[in-house]
Design a protein around this ligand. Sequence first.
Ligand SMILES: NC(=O)c1ccc[n+]([C@@H]2O[C@H](COP(=O)([O-])OP(=O)(O)OC[C@H]3O[C@@H](n4cnc5c(N)ncnc54)[C@H](OP(=O)(O)O)[C@@H]3O)[C@@H](O)[C@H]2O)c1
Length: 231
Amino acid sequence: MGTGIRKVCIVGASGKLGRYMVGQALERGYEVVGVCRERSVPKLAEFADRITIVPGQTDDRAVIAEAVAGCDGVLTVLVPWGVRQYSSGTAQAVLDHAEPEARLIFSCGWHITRDGKDAYSWAFRTTLKVASWLGKALRAVEIDDQVEACRRIFASDKRWTVVRGSSLEEGESQGLPVWSRHVGDPVLASDKTRRVDFALFMVEALTDDTLVQEAPAIVGRLSASALAHAA
Ligand SMILES: NC(=O)c1ccc[n+]([C@@H]2O[C@H](COP(=O)([O-])OP(=O)(O)OC[C@H]3O[C@@H](n4cnc5c(N)ncnc54)[C@H](OP(=O)(O)O)[C@@H]3O)[C@@H](O)[C@H]2O)c1
């Protein structure tokens, strides 16, 4: 078991990333509390006898307060669904209710920038602009609110890490992804990480104090750019 971590809460436990994290947290011997929407509880059936499930919306402050109580770490899948400040509501609830010294790990994508020094390709910026506009017009996703969620996390003095995922793919684990502070750094050029390894990075971050108040952008350790960098 990792230093100081005994019990963790996984917010958004029923999604693909969430379920990988549940499995990996259990493998490490952590006691796990999972939060997911009521309708998604059956997606956690394989873990049902080994974890505590708190059903509810992840931006419901009472749900989060109950779930994070006594947890040494909170792993939060930040998602911008709908046009109702879902991401920022979720992040704020976790920041406000987690134990003061808890490790708080949040997921997001490369589009989040902490210091404005990330260098994005024209294609990336255009796709993001279109997706943001379309998502809002259809009232399906609110990418700006994920940006607001991260702004609040970055401004917090808590023991947070914001893990910025590249494009994701399924497949067997390749091991712990490599990371860099800025998108545009050559090591990240391949822009591909296995989803299971995104989860691994989040769970490992719980016990890696060098990542406190960092926003690592990650890429698969066997991706071409990571291998070229290692060589
Ligand atoms: N997908 C990518 O290519 C990609 C790339 C980079 C970073 N990321 C980041 O990776 C993380 C996980 O994203 P993912 O795309 O891989 O998906 P995921 O792991 O399947 O997670 C999706 C989450 O959103 C919830 N959800 C779905 N529809 C919802 C709704 N209408 N209202 C409220 N919650 C809803 C799901 O809960 P239910 O189980 O209840 O449906 C689940 O917790 C996110 O932080 C994302 O920003 C993703």
